[in-house]
Design a protein around this ligand. Structure first.
Ligand code: NDP
Length: 498
């Protein structure tokens, strides 16, 4: 007996040894009844869960959100009800394509997810560090992701597949321009913005709906790596983001973001020259100015990475009264697919895990049994296990119903024909870049496209041509320069295998 805490089995019984198996003589064999050995080996076999099919590599922090400005004229959500009000938050940032062991400093879009533990349940803001996305119809989402993952035969990433797909979906060019720009490799999540990307809605006490875009602007300023800097860093550490974030918090340097919204009255959606529910488009700041809402501060390392970050289950389906969805087709599909991914990855009762359990709200539902039902949820009366019941079980509250959504149109498949509108906003972005930024954009393309076939390259130049002839010309020249340099090797880490 020592004065240290006593080791037990997972069933709580004291354990005599944690080092030595029980065997029939010093040379063995082992005894099948050495249950603690079996338990130890069995647990090791079950320590991994399926990694996320997308956004597998991630980093998370705990923190708080504080309201600094009153937006109650737009939303009755309790989280925004009072200036100075604070709400606990769990963040998770991620790369999209890499597996859970991938290097942090790859050129990729970053996930930017926030779980707000509000008093009326959890609100998940499941965004990216870009205000737009590659495709606007969810039917294309699984194919798009497949092009970012490994080729079935070579088991390598395939630039040929990426650019083949993008060239066939010109609406991608806005997001691809951001990806290939300086912002394609943030120094770490502290130096990047977060965007809800989709159009969401806010509704107020009077039942008025506004369409809304969420923005979280970094207070640390934007900092990014060039390809060469990222390559050098990746050679030293694959975990640069985890190291930076963990150390910043331990040193008391808490990153902050300012939250803004852009707002559009419900009926104004029809008056816009672009589809405000198309996730490949932004809302111009000039027409829809940023309205300040509050401040996000991340200030605590989670006590256990697996429990709080790997188990964190973000889903745009998690909204609270005063915040709602929009007709955005990608959002509508994500409302289903994200929650469903967590049911598969974590299990039926994933919302009861510590990372996901509502903190300030009472969780009272009639979903009952299933794997890992480790909550009671019987409302103090075991007879109230169905609804309606005569036993004072919880009942729905019609006062939190969102205002009715006006829907117009015939249910049909609407082919999204290529449109000049798809090139206007990428053009505005391209024209913002100075000469050096443009050259880095071209060079980043050349590094990414080097292994692509000539026909795929030509098809992509044709897309860029429609954004701006100089853009197409610059990327073409950068590709030709790289190809003519006999010593050239692709610097993306991708292999020349197509
Ligand atoms: P503004 O001049 O008001 O805004 C330009 C925006 O571009 C700023 O938000 C800036 O972010 C952002 N930006 C700068 N460099 C990059 C980059 N390499 N990648 C992504 N974003 C960048 O103009 P508009 O609102 O009229 O938008 C013009 C274009 O700017 C859009 O077509 C779009 O491509 C891009 N953009 C627009 C956003 C929006 O919500 N309106 C958001 C982000 C980009 P910051 O202020 O943080 O430096």
């Amino acid at each position: 007996m020592t004065d240290k805490p006593r080791l037990t089995t997972s069933a709580g019984a004291p354990v005599p040894s944690n080092n030595t198996s029980k065997s029939a003589g010093e040379r063995g064999p082992l005894l099948l009844t050495d249950y603690q050995l079996l338990e130890k080996l069995a647990h090791q076999n079950r320590e991994r869960i399926p990694e996320r099919a997308v956004h597998a590599k991630g980093w998370g922090l705990k923190g708080k959100f504080s309201v600094t400005h009153d937006i109650s004229q737009y939303s009755c959500a309790k989280i925004f009800s009072q200036i100075g009000k604070t709400t606990e938050v769990l963040s998770r940032w991620s790369t999209v394509a890499g597996e859970s062991g991938a290097a942090d400093t790859e050129r990729d879009v970053r996930g930017f997810s926030l779980k707000f533990y509000t008093e009326e349940g959890n609100w998940d803001m499941v965004g990216n560090n870009t205000p737009v996305f590659f495709v606007r119809d969810a039917f294309k989402f699984p194919d798009f992701i497949r092009t970012q993952k490994r080729h079935p035969r070579t088991n390598l990433r395939s630039p040929e597949a990426m650019f083949d797909f993008w060239a066939a979906q010109p609406e991608c060019v806005h997001q691809v321009t951001i990806l290939m720009s300086d912002r394609g490799i943030p120094v770490n999540p502290m130096f990047m913005n977060g965007y809800g990307s989709h159009t969401f809605s806010l509704w107020n006490k009077k039942g008025e709906r506004h369409w809304v875009k969420f923005h979280f602007k970094t207070q640390q300023g934007h900092k990014h790596y060039t390809n060469a800097e990222a390559e050098a860093l990746t050679g030293k550490t694959r975990e640069a983001y985890q190291e930076d974030l963990y150390n910043a918090i331990e040193e008391g340097n808490f990153p902050k973001w300012t939250m803004y919204i852009q707002v559009m009255p419900e009926l104004d959606a029809e008056k816009q020259p672009f589809n405000p529910f198309d996730i490949t488009k932004i809302w111009p700041h000039g027409d829809f100015p940023l309205i300040e809402v509050g401040e996000l501060e991340m200030n605590e390392n989670p006590e256990n990475y697996f429990q709080m970050v790997e188990n964190a289950a973000y889903s745009p389906s998690n909204v609270v009264p005063g915040i709602g969805y929009s007709p955005d087709k990608m959002l509508q599909a994500r409302v289903f697919s994200y929650a469903d991914a967590h049911r598969y990855r974590l299990g039926t009762h994933y919302e009861a895990l510590p990372a996901n359990a509502a903190k300030a709200a009472n969780v009272q539902h009639y979903h009952k049994d299933g794997a890992m039902r480790f909550f009671t949820n019987d409302f103090g009366n075991a007879d109230a296990y169905y609804e309606p019941n005569q036993h004072n079980g919880p009942v729905a509250d019609a006062s939190v119903e969102e205002p009715p959504l006006r829907i117009d149109g015939d249910a049909a498949r609407y082919e999204q024909a290529e449109s000049d509108a798809d090139y206007v906003q990428p053009r505005a972005l391209y024209e913002m870049f100075d000469a050096e930024q443009k050259q880095r954009l071209y060079d980043n393309y050349a590094a990414a496209m080097g292994p692509c076939s000539a026909s795929v390259k030509e098809r992509w130049y044709a897309v860029l041509e429609k954004v701006h002839p100089d853009y197409a010309q610059g990327v073409r020249q950068a590709n030709e320069k790289l190809a003519s340099d006999t010593n050239a090797v692709p610097v993306t880490g991708d292999t020349p295998v197509r």
